[in-house]
Design a protein around this ligand. Structure first.
Ligand SMILES: [Ca+2]
Length: 334
């Protein structure tokens, strides 16, 4: 499966985790990356550094748009982006304009034409995708991490921000969903990813791995510190928002999708509307099974057959569930 990833890599560590999974999974071929939102030049540098560590520096990276299409909503950085990978990254904290926007979007369009991905996986705000639509460029089939589809409260989320990616550029979401797409986008929303996370000991396992795994561990540590020191999080954790958008491709048995029609509001909020855009929304996922899929790839176990059993990195409870065949059954039953 040939995939292109459009990413705001550098803020939450989950983009780096998703990229690493794509680079490692034998069924995924990462044909290119575009960066979006905020200091996109820095995001491109971070992405290239990560690809270099993974030994895949030949993957093309195209710098996209830093300022959202939504008026008066700048592209933002938290300030820690690049720490753990680049010396003195010094992000520009706000982006309010897009110099050379036409050339940047043309470069992404040309790269998509040249690489012909089967899927475009969007794991940041949808600014680049909307700009492609406005430039009359047809998009590949989409997988999107973003949006929130239920009203259940999520402790720690600000009420005025239903979900980060879609709140950052709701005009872009509206533009993409109104476009004549080849197929309804698959959407992995925050409601589902909120219950996913790395567990105690996972970062330590990565820290004991190869150069890429150790880099993920360092970036994960930086994200935990940033949540506490820059965002005021009381209980920092690493949720697996963006990686789930890829795991649902490689392990379709883990996540069920259902069709719904939604309208997107000016805060990136969603409401059902039978006359609005059709999307395929992900359902719940078993976190232990998800972590197993991810850790197997990040630690390179699946490609070293015979040198380690994937089950060896599952917690005891997950191993019991897997033996009983109940882990996947439980997901389907939810
Ligand atoms: Ca992201």
């Amino acid at each position: 499966m040939r995939i292109w990833i459009d990413t705001d890599l550098g803020s939450d560590v989950d983009d780096a985790l998703a990229l690493a999974y794509a680079l490692r999974h034998p069924e995924l071929e990462l044909v290119g990356v575009s960066t979006v939102f905020g200091d996109v030049s820095l995001r491109t540098r971070i992405t290239r550094a990560l690809l270099e560590v993974a030994g895949q520096a030949s993957v093309p990276v195209v710098t996209g748009l830093g300022a959202p299409l939504t008026p008066d909503r700048p592209g933002r950085m938290f300030g820690h982006e690049g720490l753990g990978l680049l010396p003195e990254p010094r992000p520009v904290l706000e982006s309010r304009s897009n110099p050379g926007a036409g050339e940047r979007i043309a470069a992404i369009a040309d790269a998509l034409d040249a690489t012909r991905p089967d899927l475009l996986v969007a794991i940041g705000p949808l600014t680049n995708l909307a700009a492609l639509v406005l430039a009359d460029h047809a998009l590949p089939p989409l997988v999107v991490m973003g949006g929130r589809f239920t009203a259940e409260p999520l402790p720690g989320m600000l009420p005025e921000i239903p979900e980060w990616n879609w709140w950052c550029d709701p005009v872009a979401v509206q533009t993409v969903l109104a476009a004549p797409l080849a197929a309804p986008p698959r959407v992995v929303p925050l409601d589902v990813t909120w219950s996913t996370r790395l567990e105690a000991g996972d970062l330590e396992r990565l820290a004991g791995g190869d150069a890429l795994a150790r880099t993920l561990a360092r970036l994960g540590d930086e994200w935990l510190v940033a949540q506490r020191d820059r965002l005021g999080a009381r209980e920092p954790c690493i949720r697996l928002h963006d990686p789930l958008a890829l795991v649902c491709l490689t392990h379709p048995d883990l996540v069920a999708f259902s069709d719904t029609r939604i309208r997107v509001g000016d805060a990136g909020d969603t409401r059902p509307d039978p006359t609005a855009a059709l999307v395929r929304v992900a359902g719940p996922v078993d976190n232990a099974a998800l972590r197993t899929c991810l850790l197997d790839m990040w630690l390179g176990r699946a490609r070293r057959q015979g040198t380690g059993s994937p089950s060896s990195i599952q917690p005891p409870a997950a191993r019991r569930n897997a033996k009983a065949g109940s882990a996947k059954t439980a997901v389907r039953a939810k």
